[in-house]
Design a protein around this ligand. Structure first.
Ligand code: G6P
Length: 369
């Protein structure tokens, strides 16, 4: 058992620490920096379909659905194709409008999730092209799709998904870049810039992992909280959802993720001196707006744990705790900003004595409805 865990106390921690490697594995052969070339075998036969797609519909569940939300930002931003992200369980039962010019992207770590599989079958029957992003080779979803790309994250044992998420986001980033290139919505300069930056992500994730001890100390302080709010905007909004889900899954603390500006339409009523708020406030196009959201929380005495870009001078004066992550392009930030949130939930769960790798009532893959 301890050999399988590679010396880590839990699979989840091992998998969190594997991410520099698993992200690299997901890019291998796809990002060729020297040749300035992007390559994804799976889309080759369907390239024209992707270029001419009138819409992309993403179907997934759980953490994979959060990766889908990141992809919505990526694909609309870089390739200018409208994207809808659907819970597979809702999509399959709501008589959705699907045409032959739609591309459905199904995202699944296990490739066995029953609702995602059923959503694929439905979309197929309406003539859509189905592209799968799976981690498990030869899985049911990988076989049911027309084409796809594997994430190459390696086996994920911990029920709470970590390295599979960052691998999915990596593959979706590459896909959005390729589509942007083929559709001419990304300039060569911008594309090159993103390629160079993507290449630095494994090293930046390694750096973010060095925050482990610091984050454990924060976990000690908040381990007995009964609620948590996670806020983010733009690319960091899905990261807020994922951070909250990680905490719920393994520590059984109630947590909600929210788009920071939407807070004033409800969650703000919950804020008092007992409410920990994790705010993802890295330097990007919504930075100034998030800073005002932090001020609103502070005015109501909420306890702020902020995830910021290295060197931030403004937020440390406002937040009780600051976690500095390496800076990267806004488009790639989820790959870095999610790391401290994974570690925070891991340490809180361990300190609460929870079964981190096999949380109660949850299954690694949900093969029934
Ligand atoms: C279960 C797992 C989650 C996972 C979700 C979707 O709920 O516990 O970690 O995100 O299923 O699974 P999939 O294998 O389709 O990504």
């Amino acid at each position: 058992d301890s050999i399988e865990k590679g010396g880590y106390p839990h699979f989840m921690l091992k998998e969190i620490f594997e991410q520099p490697r698993s992200i690299l594995d997901s890019m291998r052969g796809r990002l060729e920096l020297e040749a300035s070339h992007l390559n994804m075998g799976g889309i080759r036969a369907y390239e024209q379909k992707f270029v001419n797609a009138q819409r992309i519909i993403i179907v997934a569940c759980g953490t994979s659905w959060h990766a889908g939300l990141v992809a919505e930002y990526l694909i609309e931003d870089l390739a200018r194709i409208p994207v809808e992200v659907e819970y597979a369980s809702e999509f399959r039962y709501r008589n959705p409008i699907i045409t032959e010019r739609d591309i459905v992207i199904a995202i699944s770590q296990s490739g066995e999730t029953a609702d995602t599989l059923a959503a694929i079958e439905l979309a197929k029957s309406k003539g859509a092209t189905i592209f799968g992003i799976c981690n498990v080779v030869g899985s049911s979803i990988a076989r049911a799709t027309d084409a796809g790309a594997y994430t190459h994250a390696g086996p994920e044992i911990g029920v709470a998904s970590t390295k599979a998420f960052t691998a999915q986001v990596t593959v979706l980033t590459l896909l959005a870049m390729i589509m942007g290139q083929k559709r001419g919505t990304l300039t060569d300069t911008k594309l090159r810039e993103l390629m160079v930056e993507l290449d630095t992500i494994p090293a930046k994730v390694t750096k973010a992992l060095e925050l482990d001890t610091e984050i454990r100390a924060i976990a000690e302080i908040f381990k007995d909280a009964s609620n948590f709010l996670y806020l983010g905007r733009g690319y960091n909004f899905p990261v807020a959802l994922e951070g909250a889900l990680k905490l719920k899954e393994i520590s059984y603390i109630h947590a909600e993720g929210y788009p920071a500006a939407e807070m004033k339409h409800g969650p703000i009523a919950l804020i008092d001196e007992n409410m920990p708020m994790v705010v993802i406030a890295t330097r990007d196009s919504s930075y100034e707006k998030v800073v005002s959201n932090i001020q609103e929380v502070k005015a109501r005495k909420g306890r702020i744990i902020a995830v910021v870009s290295e060197g931030d001078k403004v937020i440390p004066a406002m937040a009780e705790f600051v976690i500095e992550v390496p800076h990267t392009s806004e488009v790639l930030m989820p790959l870095v900003s999610v790391i401290p949130l994974q570690l925070l939930s891991y340490h809180i769960a361990v300190l609460r004595g929870c079964n981190v790798d096999q949380p109660r009532n949850l299954a690694k893959s949900v093969t029934v409805e």
